[in-house]
Design a protein around this ligand. Structure first.
Ligand code: GLU
Length: 258
């Protein structure tokens, strides 16, 4: 009996050891271990990330998250969504609260210093949303006026840097920004065209001006750490595959952002 116990102990030590040797202690193994992805997404940025009428997360970013979950864990529902805003998303990623972000996030030089990004999965551009009664045509017409931005977004940076003579008013979410415009607290919102269109399609009292002021390549953001490299490579492979098979295009058609 004693011999058998010793042999069993010996075998279990060997097999435990083997398992650990093949499986590095990183983000991907943590994901496999908990059998669930934890992804930071928007709830204020339709049609990318928003709540449907039942309160569930929905949108293009959400569909992408589900496809990634299906590919990595074999089930599109093995994902927990954590709502993030433009201003708290990097903090929520860095603190480890989420595995990665699918959150209308543009790749910028500055962000690349602190984060790693997947291949882009969408291209937006900055535009201006105004009340329908507005006579403004482009950014130069807002000299001496007020424009709304969302804190932490690329338009906050661009506007503060490039357009003197405009008062910049900041809000935390796109929903707050939109309500402020409707309440005439400012003359327009500067943000990504597709997010602004999400408001304009359902509301004739606002309109999107035709000019675009930037290119905003959306990509999935990861911690810039050794531990995140395997999950980054895996997600990157999935995104590139969705691109080359035309599935991303079909998803864009579904959400009318093509
Ligand atoms: N794509 C822009 C950004 O990454 C604006 C959209 C957003 O607020 O997430 O800042």
């Amino acid at each position: 009996m004693k011999k058998i116990i010793i042999i069993l102990l010996f075998l279990s030590i060997i097999f435990c050891g083997c398992g650990r040797k093949n499986e590095p202690n990183d983000d991907l193994s943590a994901i496999y271990e908990r059998d669930k992805l934890i992804i930071g997404v928007r709830e204020d940025a339709a049609p990318f990330g928003f709540r449907d009428k039942n309160g569930n997360f929905a949108g293009y970013d959400i569909d992408l998250a589900k496809i990634i979950s299906k590919n990595i864990l074999g089930d599109e529902n093995k994902v927990e969504f954590v709502p993030v805003t433009a201003s708290n998303r990097i903090m929520k990623l860095s603190s480890g609260e989420v595995d990665f972000l699918i959150a209308t996030m543009s790749v910028t030089n500055q962000r690349q210093h602190i984060l790693d990004f997947s291949a882009p999965y969408y291209m937006a551009g900055q535009a201006i949303l105004v009340n329908s009664s507005s006579t403004a045509n482009s950014i130069s017409d807002f000299e001496g006026k007020k424009l709304i931005i969302v804190f932490g977004s690329t338009s906050e940076k661009n506007l503060k840097r490039n357009v003197p003579g405009i008062t910049v008013v900041g809000y935390k979410t796109y929903i707050d920004a939109y309500n402020a415009l409707k309440a005439n607290k400012a003359d327009g919102i500067v943000a990504d065209d597709t997010i602004l269109l999400g408001f304009a399609v359902n509301d004739k009292s606002v309109k999107l001006l035709p000019k675009r002021y930037s290119k905003e390549p959306y990509a999935i953001a990861f911690r810039k750490e050794e531990e995140s490299q395997r999950i980054l490579n895996k997600v990157n492979f999935i995104v590139q595959n969705l691109q080359s098979t035309g599935r991303l295009n079909r998803l864009q058609e579904k959400w009318q952002i093509k």
